[in-house]
Every structure is written in structure tokens, then in C-alpha cells.
Design a protein around this ligand. Structure first.
Ligand code: BV8
Length: 236
């Protein structure tokens, strides 16, 4: 690991593993099924067109679980880093929960959307939404019952890719936490950051598909690895 004192610009990518200890299932642990449907079929525009009620039920359930979950020590450590680190920090998350924000982090980019946000297909408005969509509620802006989860499904373009690529090009440290490296373009960020001269650190429970792309991989639970790493960085 390079000397922490010369780290001025950190980009962090998080995945479902950082929220696992908060009780939110990861994609792998879920054995990738929802009501006997592969998640890749449910989390797609085609799946939504084929069976909107099934997909709305899937996200109604996820929204309920997100609201019942609490941030864990890893989320809170990143909140502390966000407050105390004197350089630039961007947290890019693949997660649709709001545990980074509730753990005190401010600069969070949800590249795959947010479970507590809904998107009206009638008027394009987005709303914070803590309830259900399965019962076809009216959009507060246009009154149409045309709201879908504000989630980036497989085959859809992730949000704010330009902002992410720009941050990766300037990072001197890229840290990947709790992700299997199974899904692109997120899984390709480590190569982009390294190509721009960043050092790459992985904090994960087990080897990921991308481990060989990192300068250093630490294996363990996020609730232990992340607070220890944040202490290292803040001590410079
Ligand atoms: C796009 C929202 C293009 C939904 C998600 C073939 C090759 C390459 C790419 C493709 C391909 N075929 C198709 C593609 C593209 C596709 C893709 O990558 N598919 C994969 C399956 C091959 N990607 C897309 O479709 C993306 N869009 O490419 O658009 C485009 C171009 C032009 C115009 C239009 C479009 C969009 C992908 C976004 C899909 N949405 N999420 C929802 O949440 O319901 S993906 C979802 O799965 C997550 O967001 C995340 O991104 C992904 C993987 O999940 P992880 O977060 O990594 O979780 P996972 O369970 O896999 O792993 C958890 C890890 O944590 C494990 O390693 C585990 O060991 C660790 N862990 C567990 N516990 C702990 C822990 N670590 C620490 N502590 C612990 N306690």
C-alpha cells in the first residue's frame, strides 16, 4: 500500500457485501432467485414488461427490508472518513439501500439507482417512496398510476457514468468493498483507475472475480476491515 499521507483523492466502490451485516441479502447469498425467478430476469425491463406485478412485489419487499435495516460499522466508518478526510472522496455504490447516507456519508453516488426512489413513466418525475408500488398508486406529479422502481436494471445504462469516469481518472486510491466483480461496467472500474495511476485496494469477504486486478486484497468482514482501513488513512 502506498504511503497514506500522499493520498489526496479516493474513489470507493461498494457492493452488496457492505450491507450484508445489516441483514440485507447479497445477490450471491440469495442464490439469485426471487419467487423461483432468476434475479437477472426480474431486474430487467423485459421482466417488468412481462410481469409488472412480480417485479413490483420484488422491489416492495426490498424497500421494506431497506427501511428495517440499520447501517453497520463499515457504513459508519465511511461516514467518518467522509467527514474527516481532508482530500477528495467519492463513494460510488452499486447498492440500492440508503445505509451509506444513514451511516453519515454525504457524497454517495447510486450508480444502479435507489430502492427508496420511484420513477414515473408518465411524466418522468422521480419521488422518494417508502411504501409499495404493487397497488398502483398515482404519481404525485401527474396522477397516473405509472411509477416503476428507480432502479438501473440489466441492459439499462447506469447513472452518472461520466462523473464516475472523471473521478476514476483523478483518483490516487481506488477501494472496492463487498462486491463480487460480476457486473459491468462497475467491475471494470479497477482497471480504469489503475490505468490512470491509482493504487487499488480490495476489502472483501472472499476472493472476487477481479481480485487479480488489485495491488492489495484484504479478506474479511467489512465491519472489521473498513473501520481498520479508515483508521490507517486518517492517521496518514
Ligand atoms: C449495461 C440493481 C449497457 C438491481 C443491478 C457479458 C459480459 C459483460 C457484461 C455483460 C454481459 N452481458 C450483459 C452484460 C451487461 C450487464 C452485466 O454486467 N451482466 C453480468 C450478469 C454479466 N450489465 C448491465 O446490464 C449494466 N448495464 O451494461 O448497460 C448499455 C449501454 C448502452 C445503452 C444502454 C445500456 C447494468 C447492470 C446493473 C444491474 N442492476 N442492481 C437491484 O439491485 O435489484 S446489479 C446488482 O448485481 C448489484 O447492483 C451489483 O452491481 C451486482 C453484483 O452484486 P454485488 O454488489 O457484487 O453483490 P454480490 O452478491 O454479487 O457479491 C457480494 C460480495 O460481497 C461477494 O463477493 C461476497 O464475498 C462479499 N461479501 C458478503 N458478505 C460480506 C462481503 N464482503 C465483506 N463483508 C461481508 N460481510
Amino acid at each position: 500500500m502506498s504511503n497514506n499521507a500522499d493520498i489526496r483523492n479516493i474513489v470507493i466502490l461498494t457492493g452488496a457485501g457492505i450491507s450484508a451485516e445489516s441483514g440485507l441479502k447479497t445477490f450471491r447469498a440469495e442464490d439469485g432467485l426471487w419467487e423461483d425467478h432468476p434475479v437477472e430476469q426480474v431486474a430487467t425491463p423485459e421482466g417488468f414488461a412481462r410481469d409488472p406485478a412480480l417485479v413490483q412485489r420484488f422491489y416492495d419487499e426490498r424497500r421494506k427490508n431497506i427501511r428495517a435495516a440499520q447501517p453497520n460499522a463499515a457504513h459508519e466508518a465511511l461516514g467518518r472518513l467522509d467527514r474527516e478526510f481532508s482530500g477528495e472522496l467519492l463513494i460510488v455504490t452499486q447498492n440500492i439501500d440508503d445505509l451509506h447516507e444513514r451511516g453519515g456519508a454525504g457524497n454517495v453516488l447510486h450508480m444502479h439507482g435507489e430502492g427508496l426512489s420511484v420513477w414515473c413513466q408518465g411524466c418522468d418525475a422521480r419521488h422518494r417512496w417508502e411504501g409499495t408500488l404493487g397497488d398502483g398508486p398515482a404519481c404525485p406529479a401527474c396522477g397516473e398510476a405509472a411509477m416503476r422502481p428507480d432502479i438501473v436494471w440489466f441492459g439499462e445504462m447506469p447513472y452518472e457514468m461520466d462523473r464516475i469516469f472523471e473521478a476514476l481518472s483523478r483518483a490516487d486510491l481506488f477501494v472496492s468493498i463487498g462486491t463480487s466483480g460480476a457486473v459491468y461496467p462497475a467491475a471494470g472500474f479497477v482497471q480504469q483507475a489503475s490505468a490512470s495511476g491509482a493504487r487499488a485496494l480490495e476489502l472483501n469477504l472472499e476472493e472476487s472475480l477481479g481480485s487479480s486486478n488489485f495491488d492489495e486484497s484484504r479478506l474479511g468482514a467489512a465491519s472489521e476491515l473498513v473501520p481498520a482501513w479508515v483508521d490507517e488513512v486518517l492517521k496518514g
